[in-house]
Design a protein. Structure first.
Length: 203
């Protein structure tokens, strides 16, 4: 797993990297429009970048107060605060990888998936331990609540809240539950249907 500073930087550069890799891919697949990556993955890479960008040190004081409110003790050590932010990023990566988990989505958006997996140092979500999977989604859920509560305080939180959408908490719980549901279950079908709808809406 990457150090937080490197992880954050990679997340902020994700859209640029994806645009470049997709451009190279389009040069080879121009005649096969059905296999061309849709704009949904590009949009999702921007969401990841916005979360990483929101971890600006100028905004740390407010976030630190929020983290203290649910932490196991009132004093949050610097390394614990960094670990929280790191898990938020891991959480959004998990969410996005789960969004593109169906066979069609994973094939069409291979460039995006490869970038996410590279940053996490995995070849699939099953490589993550159950504890890290669950803790990261919890951190993401907590951060999304923080963003919602502070949406009127800073423009970056307002923009990020709008981008995450009203269903973000439900999406996180769906992914959390999917950890223990087989791929050939209703959830696998749900992911495929969701991806098809997502691709249609974002095209």
């Amino acid at each position: 797993m990457l150090e937080f500073a490197v992880f954050k930087q990679n997340a902020m550069l994700l859209t640029r990297k994806l645009t470049r890799s997709n451009s190279q891919y389009l040069g080879c697949m121009g005649f096969f429009s059905a296999l061309i990556p849709n704009s949904g993955s590009l949009d999702d890479s921007m969401t990841i970048g916005m979360i990483a960008d929101s971890f600006n040190t100028d905004l740390d004081d407010s976030l630190l107060l929020y983290v203290r409110s649910f932490f196991r003790h009132s004093v949050v050590k610097p390394e614990e605060f960094i670990d929280f932010k790191n898990k938020v990023l891991i959480g959004i990566y998990i969410l996005m990888l789960s969004r593109y988990s169906s066979t069609v989505c994973s094939y069409v958006n291979k460039n995006f998936i490869d970038l996410l997996q590279h940053d996490l140092g995995i070849s699939s979500l099953s490589d993550l331990t159950n504890d890290l999977f669950d803790q990261s989604l919890t951190a993401l859920s907590q951060y999304c609540s923080y963003v919602y509560e502070h949406r009127t305080d800073k423009k970056i939180y307002n923009d990020l809240n709008n981008r995450l959408g009203t269903m973000i908490q439900g999406d996180i719980e769906e992914v959390r539950n999917s950890r223990f549901i087989p791929d050939d279950s209703w959830y696998g079908a749900y992911c495929g249907m969701f991806c098809s709808i997502w691709m249609t809406n974002k095209s």
